[in-house]
Design a protein around this ligand. Structure first.
Ligand code: NAD
Length: 354
């Protein structure tokens, strides 16, 4: 297949593209605006593949996206481009509405125009796969409750509200215009190439530098963690084998309190990076509790039985095995982290395109 991946320079998009190019024969066009979250260094291992190409474009630029569709002629679009950081959405919701809602609308319209002119067989086979989050469901309080595909939407943050809006648009374009769309709603991802503002990489990198490890509130919030490479495998299953019009929840069956995640990272660092910054007895001593995030959801947990039953997908990594791989990856790739932290990953890109 020829697959257009939007947001392919981001954390999950780059994992998906690395997987598509290393484990399949598919061709990939990575369409990405390269916001602060886009990092082409995450694709260094595959960028020379003849099956890979990159186009810097904003999904909200319908004319440019339409030209890209006409030139690349994709069989599928996997739509990951988004503003994705909850804290940033609280500080400045505008970019979230612009990209996640207006951008998704523009991408849907460009796709509909392209798809409606395809020959019949290609039109039937075409797929628009919208990648979304479990945060659209709001939060859970009952310990036995899980998010299913039928859980009503109740988003809490500007981020999750904008993702919920984009999910509704995709369903409406399927129902109204017959666009062959599929949706996936996934739990928290972690793994290599995760931008250092997110919890797991932030804790690893702060700990190595002897900086405080900030934990919101009392750290009792529960998240269901999925290793990003397991997510990439699930996405390919859905776009190739999923039933059109359906939604699939994707989760790792790995519910952890935030404070447990931070302690587990500290324990791994004691073993894998025993040479601590001067004066530090234990990495755990750096943990500090900070004022809770407004509207902070208490618990997310996914029922992923539908994708398991229908498509035979199950995660390969447990939280223990995936977290060990992740911590080791950061220790082995401090250059990648440094380029993100000092901003040089963006300067190099500006230089290259100037
Ligand atoms: P990310 O922030 O790491 O990457 C987003 C990418 O989209 C970046 O490369 C960025 O440059 C690009 N982008 C942003 N605005 C754009 C625009 N207007 N046009 C084109 N490109 C644009 O995000 P991520 O963590 O990789 O998440 C990818 C998708 O998966 C998002 O839709 C997110 O909502 C969803 N998701 C993420 C998680 C998670 O834990 N990270 C969990 C479930 C679902």
């Amino acid at each position: 297949m020829r697959i257009l991946v939007s947001g392919g320079a981001g954390f999950i998009g780059s994992a998906l593209i690395r997987y598509l190019l290393s484990d399949t024969e598919h061709e990939v066009l990575n369409l990405d605006k390269l916001t602060y979250a886009g990092n082409l260094e995450s694709l260094a291992s595959v960028e020379s593949s003849p099956r890979y190409s990159f186009l810097q474009a904003d999904i909200a630029d319908q004319a440019k996206v339409s030209r890209a569709l006409a030139a690349f002629e994709p069989d599928a679009i996997m739509h990951l481009a988004a503003e994705s950081h909850v804290d940033r959405s609280i500080d400045g919701p505008s970019a979230f509405i612009q990209t996640n809602v207006v951008g998704t609308y523009a991408l849907l319209e460009a796709t509909r125009a392209y798809w409606s002119k395809l020959p019949n067989a290609r039109q039937q086979a075409f797929r628009f796969h919208h990648i979304s989050t479990d945060e659209v469901y709001g939060d859970l309080h009952d310990v036995d409750e899980l998010f299913t595909e039928n859980t009503p939407y109740a988003p809490s943050s500007p981020y999750s509200a904008s993702k919920a809006a984009s999910d509704h648009l995709v369903r409406a374009w399927h129902r109204t215009y017959g666009l062959p769309a599929l949706l996936t709603n996934c739990s928290n991802n972690y793994g290599p190439f995760h931008f250092p503002e997110k919890l797991i990489p932030l804790v690893i990198l702060n700990a190595l530098e002897g900086k405080l490890l900030p934990v919101y509130g009392d750290g009792s919030q529960i998240r269901d963690w999925l290793f990003v490479e397991d997510h990439a495998r699930a996405l390919l299953k859905v776009v190739t084998e999923g039933r059109v019009g359906e939604t699939y929840n994707i989760g790792g069956h790995n519910e952890q309190k935030n404070i447990e995640v931070v302690r587990a990272i500290c324990a791994l660092l004691e073993e894998l990076a025993p040479n601590k910054p001067a004066g530090l007895a234990r990495y755990e001593d750096l943990i500090t509790f900070v004022k809770d995030r407004p509207g902070h959801d208490q618990r997310y947990a996914i029922d992923a039985s539908k994708i398991q039953r229908e498509l035979g997908w199950v995660p390969k990594e447990t939280f223990t095995s995936g977290l060990r791989k992740t911590v080791q990856w950061y220790l082995d790739n401090l250059d990648w982290c440094r380029h993100v932290q000092d901003g040089s990953y963006q300067r190099e890109r500006l230089g290259a395109s100037a």
